[in-house]
Structure formats: C-alpha cells, structure tokens
Design a protein around this ligand. Structure first.
Ligand SMILES: Nc1nc2c(ncn2[C@@H]2O[C@H](COP(=O)(O)OP(=O)(O)OP(=O)(O)O)[C@@H](O)[C@H]2O)c(=O)[nH]1
Ligand SMILES: [Mg+2]
Length: 253
C-alpha cells in the first residue's frame, strides 16, 4: 500500500547498470537513460559496473563518464558475477531511490520514469512486469519465457504475492529498502529474486507496473539458465525460510 508520509520532493535516483562485454549496446543504453531522465528533470546518477570486460566496454564507459559528470564507472576484477556487480553498484549509490537496469537496451528508459513516479507517490518498491495488461515484450526466447512463467508462478504461490515477474531485474527501490535487505548473499543472477523477495518479507510496500522489454539485438547472453536454476531455487527457499522466521516481526510493523 502507498504511504503518503513518504512523499518527498526532488528525490535523487541512482541507476545501477551491470555490464560485461556490452560494447555494442552500452552507449545506446546509457545515452537513452540520460536523455529520458534529463527530459523529465529527474535528479540522477548512473553507476555502471563493468566486470572484467575483454572488449571495448571499459574504454567506452570510461569515455562516457569523462563526458558526463553524472555517470560513474566501477571496474571489477575477477571473479565475475552479476550479483557481485549489483552489490558493488549498490555500495556506490547515493540516491534516495535505486533502480537496477540492464546494459543491453532490454529495458525502456520511459519505464524507469514510470517506476520513479510510483516511488515518488510513496511506494517502497516498484516492480516492472512484462506480464500485465499493457506490457510489451519483443523477442523473448520461447524456452526462457516458459521457464519464466513456471518460476514466477511458483514464487507467487510460495510467497502468496501478486507480483508476477519477480525474476525480472528491472525494479526500483527506496534507499531504506536496500539498507534493509543487506547483507545480500547472491553472487549471480539469483540476486534478481533475492532483493525483491527480501523486501516483501520485511513488509515494504510495492507497486507493479507494465513495462516494455526488448530481446537483445547485439552481444551475447550471459545468463545460463541451467547453471543458475539451482541458485535461484536456493535463494527463493532461503528467503521463504526468512519469511517464516520474520512473520511475527512483520506483523508488528
Ligand atoms: N558486471 C557484470 N554484468 C553482467 C554479468 N553478467 C551479465 N551482466 C550484465 O547484466 C545484464 C543482463 O545480462 P544478459 O546477458 O542480458 O542476461 P539476459 O537478459 O537474461 O539474457 P538475454 O536474453 O540474452 O539478454 C547485461 O547488461 C550484462 O552485460 C557479470 O558477470 N558482471
Ligand atoms: Mg539481456
């Protein structure tokens, strides 16, 4: 539920973008976000977290950062990991709200604005969903889509929630939510479920909005569903156990 006490003027938004070998897409992704946020007069910073890229991603992002004072680049050495990169990005944010956005142009900058407006309304978390009336999904590989629907329905039933695209990383959170879900344990793509589920079991409010999502047009996918499946399951079950343990505490809020 929305909280009127949390309505705040001129909030700063930090966008965390993990990238690994995204030389073909990163410039367009970040450029599109800056353009949209500037047009909407949203006070922002962008934290790009590059994991050890072997292509020209480090140079492209460093050049961009030199030109744009709001863009900061963090270069990580091995071991790589989507979750490690997100955690590093979160440590580097200074905004009142934080958004996690992909570096391969799969998310639409207009949806960042849509989510941010909901945060401004007072919600603690805003989840972008590809499976609501009004969502647009282009070029989602069929196998991934089927696994997504199975996984998200399982999560919905386990946690008794309405959110139907928890596995999608594209989400915005108030700073206090990020603080409350620490420490994070997921080092890989499973962090996409750890953060929102931990936020929910801690009793934070959320809104879900339909978003646009586009399959990558260049570069290579880094998500190996086979290797990640067990990690996702472990994280979901671990937060579910937390839910059981935190039940009384949440009731007291
Ligand atoms: N820093 C960092 N970024 C990563 C890592 N793995 C993936 N990424 C980035 O995370 C984002 C999502 O990865 P993708 O490979 O697009 O995963 P996906 O969206 O499931 O796969 P596609 O359907 O092919 O787009 C992209 O911006 C990647 O560059 C990593 O180990 N470290
Ligand atoms: Mg992608």
């Amino acid at each position: 539920m929305q909280n009127n006490e949390k309505i705040q003027e001129n909030m700063k938004l930090s966008i965390v973008i993990p990238v690994h070998n995204e030389e073909e897409g990163v410039l367009a992704t970040v450029g599109g976000i800056i353009k949209e946020l500037e047009a909407e007069k949203i006070n922002h910073e962008i934290i790009i977290v590059d994991d050890n890229s072997s292509d020209s991603t480090p140079k492209i992002t460093d050049d961009l950062s030199a030109r744009c004072p709001n863009v900061k680049v963090v270069h990580r050495g091995p071991p790589n990991g989507f979750g490690r990169a997100i955690q590093e990005g979160l440590r580097n944010t200074s905004g009142d709200a934080v958004g996690i956005v992909m570096g391969d142009s799969s998310d639409d900058p207009k949806d960042i604005v849509g989510c941010f407006r909901k945060i401004e309304e007072g919600y603690d978390c805003v989840f972008g969903s590809r499976f609501l009336k009004g969502s647009i999904v282009k070029d989602y590989p069929l196998v991934k889509l089927l696994i997504n629907r199975l996984a998200n329905n399982f999560i919905r039933m386990l946690f008794l929630i309405k959110a139907n695209d928890i596995t999608n990383a594209f989400k915005l959170y108030r700073r206090e939510v990020i603080r409350a879900v620490m420490p994070l344990q997921a080092l890989y793509f499973n962090i996409t479920v750890e953060i929102p589920l931990k936020a929910l079991v801690r009793g934070f409010s959320y809104a879900q909005i339909p978003i646009r999502w586009y399959g990558r047009k260049s570069g290579v996918s880094k998500l190996g569903i086979r290797q990640m499946g067990r990690k996702y399951l472990f994280t979901v079950l671990y937060v579910w156990l937390e839910k059981l343990l935190l039940k009384d505490e949440v009731k007291r809020r």
